[in-house]
Ligand binder design. Structure first.
Ligand code: ATP
Ligand code: MG
Length: 334
């Protein structure tokens, strides 16, 4: 592993799925790799989904995403944390990749199909939503990153990134690595509070990292129980409940196992398990929430970190883009 890149969209409140599936890994990899770790708030991506994009909120959400990442443990003095639109080479490279990508590869992407279905008619589906994975390939390959810490939902896009890299290398000579995903084996796909769909900013089924404590409790209190457990005296199957899935992310293994055992014997009510889940979750999130509060008092620190990150990222991105321009045969000055 030489270089890491990952990104998050400023499409809404960052949630425990983003944290467990992606950001937590970013922090660990960042500790190991320092300046070779690139983390990007992908604001141009956020423009692709009209259901989540709001012109009046985009800048604030971009800033907030950076703040949450720093609060969650990313140290901008060690890693390169920046905003996608501050490094225009991403969009420039994505155009070259667009010309190499068959339309059929894009229309079969699950994320496109899901998000397009919610928008309904073709008149409402922007071409940007279709091109999303091409821009994502450019985000990764402009840094020649070989490792991409993401949630399971991004595996298909990463496969396409590898195909784009292979196609470019085949046509123009060896240039890009074929990057591999890096999943958190304990939380590759965090379910939403409905217990079924993937937790997603744009689905409104989230528990926010910085969400109000009472609001988190209300969401936990209403989490669905094992549907086959009707009376308190019925034995339950913990593996059928999102309550236990969440508990496994935040509580020590022995405690989870002990509670599962009791739940199977109908020895413990779901409300008690929910109270324990709430306690354990808040204990894990509290340091992040406290750091976020402190950072809010020093917004200049966050902004300066992003500008310094963009400056560093641009040095690398500009060099790759120049190599690409030469390889594809564009007229160069001099
Ligand atoms: P949106 O609904 O706008 O697509 P999102 O919640 O899916 O938002 P993204 O910004 O698209 O978040 O993804 C940021 C990172 O978080 C990606 O690496 C993605 O794989 C990961 N991620 C998102 N949701 C989950 C989840 N439920 N479980 C694990 N990882 C997730
Ligand atoms: Mg997403």
């Amino acid at each position: 592993m030489k270089r890491v890149l990952s990104g998050i969209q400023p499409t809404g409140e960052i949630h425990i799925g983003n944290y467990l599936g992606a950001i937590k890994q970013w922090v660990e990899l960042g500790e190991r790799l320092g300046k070779e770790a690139f983390f990007c708030i992908v604001d141009y991506h956020a423009l692709t989904n009209p259901a989540a994009y709001d012109k009046d909120l985009l800048a604030q959400r971009t800033f907030e995403a950076a703040l949450v990442n720093i609060a969650a443990g990313l140290d901008p003095e060690k890693v390169t944390l920046f905003v996608q639109s501050h490094v225009p080479e991403h969009t420039e490279l994505s155009w070259v990749f667009t010309t190499l990508t068959p339309l059929g590869d894009l229309t079969r992407m699950t994320q496109f199909k899901d998000k397009a279905a919610k928008l309904g008619s073709n008149e409402l589906i922007g071409a940007g939503l279709l091109m999303y994975p091409v821009l994502q390939a450019a985000d990764i390959l402009i840094y020649k990153a070989d490792t991409v810490p993401v949630g399971e939902d991004q595996l298909q896009h990463l496969e396409l990134t590898r195909e784009i890299a292979r196609r470019f290398n085949g046509l123009f000579g060896e240039t890009f690595p074929e990057p591999q995903a890096f999943l958190n084996p304990e939380a590759p796909r965090v379910p939403g509070i409905d217990g079924r769909a993937k937790m997603s900013k744009s689905l409104g089924n989230t528990i926010g990292l910085l969400e109000d404590e009472r609001s988190i409790w209300e969401k936990i209190r209403h989490l669905p129980d094992d549907p086959q457990r009707i009376r308190l005296s019925d034995p339950g199957d913990p593996d059928r409940t999102v309550v236990f899935t969440y508990l496994s992310y935040f509580a020590p293994k022995e405690l989870v196992e002990a509670l599962k055992e009791e739940y199977r014997r109908a020895g413990v009510g779901t409300l008690v398990v929910k109270e324990i889940l709430f306690e354990q979750m808040m204990r894990a999130l509290r340091p992040i929430r406290e750091r976020a509060e402190a950072l809010r008092k020093d917004p200049g620190y966050v902004m300066d970190a992003l500008l310094e990150g963009a400056r560093r990222a641009r040095t690398v991105a500009a060099a790759t883009m120049e190599e690409v321009r030469e390889k594809v045969g564009l007229l160069r000055p001099g």
